[in-house]
Design a protein around this ligand. Structure first.
Ligand code: VGL
Ligand code: ZN
Length: 213
């Protein structure tokens, strides 16, 4: 059983959003087309309370991009984004949500960030995604979305840690924040080195793979 994980396809990560990922909107049509190639589709949603510790605005004198210590972990400070209930936190309307079996929210604890869709950054609390997939017999996971160098990266690495048989990244359906130039490429290299397979959407969409003519 193969599952597709759609990472953080939310307005705040789209061009014009509070934490815009360059060209981020380009992955949405791919996410829509790829869903048909999977028996199970799930999505993650960055979902922060307004007092979240990852927001620079909650640390007087600090600016986005600076790094502080939060809950004992290094924490990049971000512009205020994906605040629970705000429009910026919504999954984009252009995303076909009709086949999404579950939306896993993360980053809800103000004291710790959660880039991965599986666990918070300290690896302490599960979102329930791993249990959800394993309960349904998922052995292979495919990851796409935003952003390559943060939430996509840690979601794919945690999936490896959970011992799924195969973890693949749909590279052309991901985009990076690139806070520092090259972060996206470095993230791809780190995932590849850890054992994440790099695939392109076309290889999943080939006519021989489609279900009905
Ligand atoms: C993300 C930074 C902060 C992401 C979420 O979705 O990659 N990045 N929150
Ligand atoms: Zn966030």
């Amino acid at each position: 059983m193969k599952a597709l994980i759609l990472v953080d396809l939310q307005y705040d990560f789209m061009p014009g959003g509070a934490l815009a990922v360059p060209d981020g909107d380009a992955v949405v049509p791919l996410a829509n087309r790829l869903q048909g190639a999977f028996e199970l589709v799930v999505a993650t949603q960055d979902w922060h309370p307004a007092n979240h510790g990852s927001f620079a605005a909650n640390h007087p004198g600090r600016a986005p991009g600076e790094v502080i210590t939060l809950g004992g972990l290094p924490q990049v400070l971000w512009p205020t984004h994906c605040v629970q209930g705000s429009r910026g936190a919504e999954l984009v309307a252009a995303l076909d949500t009709s086949r999404i079996a579950a939306v896993l929210q993360k980053g809800c604890d103000p004291e710790i960030d959660s880039y991965s869709g599986f666990f918070d950054n300290g690896g302490r609390r599960s979102t329930g995604l791993g249990e959800f997939l394993q309960a349904r017999g998922v052995e292979e996971v495919f990851v796409l979305g935003l952003a390559t160098d943060y939430c996509v990266r840690f979601t794919a690495l945690d999936a490896l840690g959970l011992k799924f048989k195969r973890v693949s990244l749909v590279v052309d359906a991901c985009r990076a924040v690139d806070l520092s130039p090259g972060d996206g490429e470095a993230a791809l290299a780190a995932m590849r080195a850890a054992g994440v397979e790099m695939v392109r959407s076309a290889s999943l969409l080939s006519p021989s793979r489609s279900s009905t003519p």
